[in-house]
Design a protein around this ligand. Structure first.
Ligand code: ADP
Ligand code: MG
Length: 281
């Protein structure tokens, strides 16, 4: 497992409990960096002063309670909602310079599943997105889309309307679409939500494969027990950054209590899982 991922929450008032971070290699900008990012809907700020740095390819979890601003953070990262302050940089560059290198899987509930397209159409959107507008899918894109569907176990459903899929299948279609972009950084919003346990393991294996191939995978996630097993590093968010860094050092009772402020009954269970070293590899 790649556990070198490090984050450096820089907001001085936030307790971080971080281990010492190693310096970046000289001349190498971080893969992904949020600097003092604040986001507001109308006049209501929902994310305050987020400072977070991811230096190495890894599986990175964004964790926090409902309404914490996790989806907002991904959307702001991708320019889907404006920031009220701060900046996000990818390899030291702004979003506009790197967009084709990013893949996004939105939260499933936010997608219009009645939209009259089939599974193959959706994945082809990913495969052709690098070609620009008005470019039709050619043979290469079709083969790529088919290979990505195969990878998520949906090759048999290529012709099915997306509304007629189960929740887990819908999630995989969007994962296949992101894979078809052949991105270098993947941002996924709750990719495991509504997915049964065995499919979750399969999706996790795909994400771990991306990580092992040198990609950065950032996923919003809400199940703390699997978070402890799956992610190399995590950020705990509740409108502000509570803590960030290697998973085992961040998912402590004290950090979780700050993040969930008493909203959780599973803290002891989680501490046990972390203490047992419940990781997959
Ligand atoms: N489009 C929007 N307009 C106004 N408020 C929003 C919008 N989207 C989210 N919010 C609010 O912003 C806060 C953070 O939401 P969100 O980022 O979806 O949280 P999470 O993904 O952590 O559950 C919540 O209070 C939510 O109600
Ligand atoms: Mg959300």
């Amino acid at each position: 497992m790649n556990k070198q991922a490090e984050s450096q929450p820089g907001h001085p008032q936030q307790p971080t409990h971080l281990p010492a971070t190693s310096p970046l290699q000289a001349g190498q900008p971080p893969l992904l960096e949020w600097h003092d990012v604040t986001v507001a809907y109308g006049r209501r700020p929902v994310l305050w002063h987020i400072d977070l740095t991811i230096t190495t390819p890894c599986l990175y979890g964004i964790i926090g309670p409902n309404g914490a601003g996790k989806s907002t953070l991904l959307k702001a990262t991708l320019g889907l909602v404006p920031t009220a302050g701060g900046r996000v940089q990818f390899w030291g560059q702004p979003l506009a310079a790197v967009r084709p290198r990013l893949g996004y899987v939105p939260q499933r509930e936010t997608v219009d599943w009645d939209f009259p397209v089939n599974v193959m159409d959706v994945v082809l959107m990913g495969a052709t997105s690098r070609l620009g507008w008005f470019r039709r899918a050619g043979r290469r894109e079709r083969e790529l889309a088919r290979a990505c569907l195969d990878r998520v176990g949906l090759a048999d459903l290529a012709g099915r309307q997306i509304g007629r899929l189960s929740g887990g299948q819908q999630q995989r279609v969007f994962l296949a679409r992101a894979l078809a972009r052949e991105a270098d950084i993947y941002l996924l919003d709750e990719p495991m939500a509504g997915v049964d346990a065995s499919s979750q393991e399969e999706i996790f294996a795909i994400l771990a494969g991306l990580r092992d191939a040198g990609k950065l995978v950032v996923a919003v996630h809400h199940d703390l027990r699997t978070a402890a097993r799956w992610f190399d590093a995590v950020a705990l968010i509740d409108m502000r950054l509570v803590a960030a860094g290697p998973t085992a050092t961040v998912l402590t009772s004290s950090n979780l209590q700050q993040t969930y402020a008493g909203r959780l009954g599973i803290l002891d269970e989680l501490s046990d899982a972390v203490a047992r070293g419940d990781r997959t590899s």
